[in-house]
Design a binder for this molecule. Structure first.
Ligand SMILES: Nc1ncnc2c1ncn2[C@@H]1O[C@H](COP(=O)(O)OP(=O)(O)OP(=O)(O)O)[C@@H](O)[C@H]1O
Ligand SMILES: Cc1ncc(COP(=O)(O)O)c(N)n1
Length: 275
């Protein structure tokens, strides 16, 4: 007889995207494709499409606490992630709940600014992430501008990326992945600094597309799913990179702006990685 809650379950704690391409929507689509059952705590609701974020509102703290309690009362979450957390008050609510409940390893995606330029986290919220949330994370996954904010330094090349990763690790994150999507180079270089201080680079060709909405959500959710399925951190990260690469390469034509990724592509055999 199969045991209740034996199926791999994940949790995303983030904001919604009415346009379906980023945030909780991208997280849940990714987790589904990666073989995990996903649950969600909605911290904020955005009015958003591929052209940008038109508006957003963070939810009442009481309702956020109740969502955490509902999930804890029924499921066995094996790995979780955070995304858009809006402001310092909401970061603190998330910190309190992550200390209260065991949802497995945390992947912290420190979402700050949307592709269209909207600020999704206040300056005070960034400080609260630095002071209180980073130390709870098994992995933190900043993009280059986010890593610059967290490490308080400028990133112009791969040496700078490594220096920033080391500074962020010193803040208490066990493993660090700095995503290279925002660099200018024709190659995209993602840096991974592991718990044991070793590091490696994940290199891929830059896909010439503006359809990159939700790339960060997608890679972090694929990693969370693989952790829930039992992978070690390095294998989960390598899988995440393959998954997001397939999803970027195999564009789907949706929306007029920064379009969403193709979350079916990886399972459809869509990642013919030449590098
Ligand atoms: N044009 C591109 N071609 C190939 N890979 C890309 C491209 N843009 C991003 N990536 C990859 O996508 C992943 C996410 O990187 P990125 O730096 O875009 O994160 P992000 O800014 O947090 O994403 P988002 O804010 O859209 O969720 C990384 O593995 C990165 O290398
Ligand atoms: C709710 C939510 N979470 C995250 C992002 C970041 O994604 P992107 O940088 O691609 O806009 C977003 N736009 N909206």
């Amino acid at each position: 007889m199969s045991e209740i809650n034996s199926f791999p379950q994940t949790l995303t704690i983030a904001g919604t995207d009415s346009g379906g391409g980023a945030g909780i929507m991208a997280d849940m689509k990714t987790m589904q494709e990666c073989g995990a059952f996903s649950t969600a705590v909605i911290v904020a609701v955005t009015a958003q499409n591929t052209l940008g974020v038109q508006d957003f509102q963070a939810l009442d703290p009481k309702l956020i606490n109740e969502q955490f309690s509902s999930i804890n009362g029924d499921f066995k979450i094996r790995a979780c992630k955070t995304g858009m957390l809006a402001d310092a008050e909401h970061v603190s609510i998330v910190v309190d709940n992550l200390k209260k409940y065991d949802f497995g390893p945390l992947v912290l995606d420190p979402v700050m600014i949307a592709k269209g330029g909207a600020q999704l986290l206040s300056d005070e919220g960034i400080n609260t992430i630095k002071n209180d949330l980073v130390k709870l994370s098994e992995l933190i996954t900043p993009n280059i501008p986010e890593a610059e904010r967290l490490a308080d330094c400028e990133i112009k090349n791969k040496d700078d990326m490594l220096l920033a990763a080391k500074k962020i690790k010193e803040m208490g994150a066990k493993n660090v992945l700095i995503k290279g999507g925002h660099s200018e180079s024709l190659e995209v270089n993602d840096l991974v600094l592991l718990d044991d201080e070793s590091h490696f680079w994940m290199k891929s060709k830059r896909v010439d597309t503006i359809r990159t909405h939700g790339t960060g959500d997608t890679i972090s959710s694929a990693i969370v799913s693989r952790l829930a399925l039992g992978d070690d951190m390095k294998s989960a990260i390598l899988y995440g990179k393959d998954f997001v690469e397939a999803a970027i390469k195999n564009t789907i034509q949706v929306g007029h702006g920064h379009g969403p990724l193709n979350h079916w592509a990886y399972n459809a055999g869509g990642n013919n990685n030449e590098i």
